[in-house]
Design a binder for this molecule. Structure first.
Ligand code: DX5
Ligand code: ZN
Length: 226
């Protein structure tokens, strides 16, 4: 049975009340917290940085999943490790030296993830799967929360699941973008086991705990968290 993790993205949280937002989702069972770092170059938006990672670290002992949507992430890895990240995920499109970047993350004492944009084929990360604790498939074009899920990434999720099971089964397969109670079962069936969501959780009309509960209930019964 694949383990399941939920990683609420605080990008859509009320940042004036970050501690409360984190407490709401961790009390509801979120195992991870996702922090979206954007540099205004790799993606057309500028968002969170080391100060927010450090603030989240002070607010919780849960696993901090830091998604670096930045060019040449190597430059910033030590600062994010120092801020308290548990997992640092870099885009395969963002550096010509993805293998070295993943090694560098491990050398900093963090888990290492590699992310793929919707237009990047699964094969782009096959050579580094043995170094990857996480593969993150973007199911929207990165840059903003609140976009619609792109179902055309599902064959790529299936292909990555097959390859991970064949060569490095402990790698987690994370999906990020447009995840809601309708799209989550599609991503699960294709092979994802870590689910990022920003708007479905933090913009839920009944609040973040209700938003996360709706996602948890959308998992097929056989997929009980392990
Ligand atoms: C998008 C970010 C996502 C985003 C998800 O570039 O990487 O993590 O916050 O937002 P939703 O869940 O609203 O699509
Ligand atoms: Zn993200």
């Amino acid at each position: 049975m694949r383990p399941v993790r939920f990683s609420p993205s605080i990008l859509a949280a009320d940042l004036t009340r970050l501690g409360e937002a984190i407490a709401a989702v961790t009390a509801q069972g979120a195992e991870w917290l996702h922090v979206d770092v954007m540099d205004g170059h790799f993606v057309p938006n500028l968002t969170l940085g080391t100060a927010i990672v450090a603030a989240a670290r002070r607010a919780t002992d849960r696993f901090l999943d830091v998604h670096l949507m930045v060019e040449r992430p190597e430059r910033l890895l030590p600062a994010f490790a120092q801020a308290g990240a548990d997992l640092l995920t870099v885009h395969v499109e963002a550096t010509p030296h993805i293998h070295r970047a993943l090694q560098q993350i491990h050398d900093l004492g963090c888990q290492a993830g590699v992310a793929l944009n919707p237009g990047t084929p699964a094969e782009a990360v096959f050579p580094v799967l043995p170094l990857a604790d996480v593969v993150l498939v973007m199911s929207v074009n990165p840059g903003f929360s609140g976009q619609a899920f792109l179902p055309e990434v599902l064959p790529k999720v299936r292909r990555l699941r097959q390859q991970i099971d064949a060569v490095h089964p402990q790698t987690m397969l994370e999906i990020d973008g447009g995840i809601n109670p309708q799209t989550l079962p599609l991503a699960w069936e294709a092979g994802a086991n870590v689910f990022v969501a920003a708007s479905a959780i933090f913009r839920h009309p009944q609040g973040p705990a209700a938003g996360l509960a709706a996602l948890q209930q959308a998992l097929p019964p056989a997929a009980a968290p392990a």
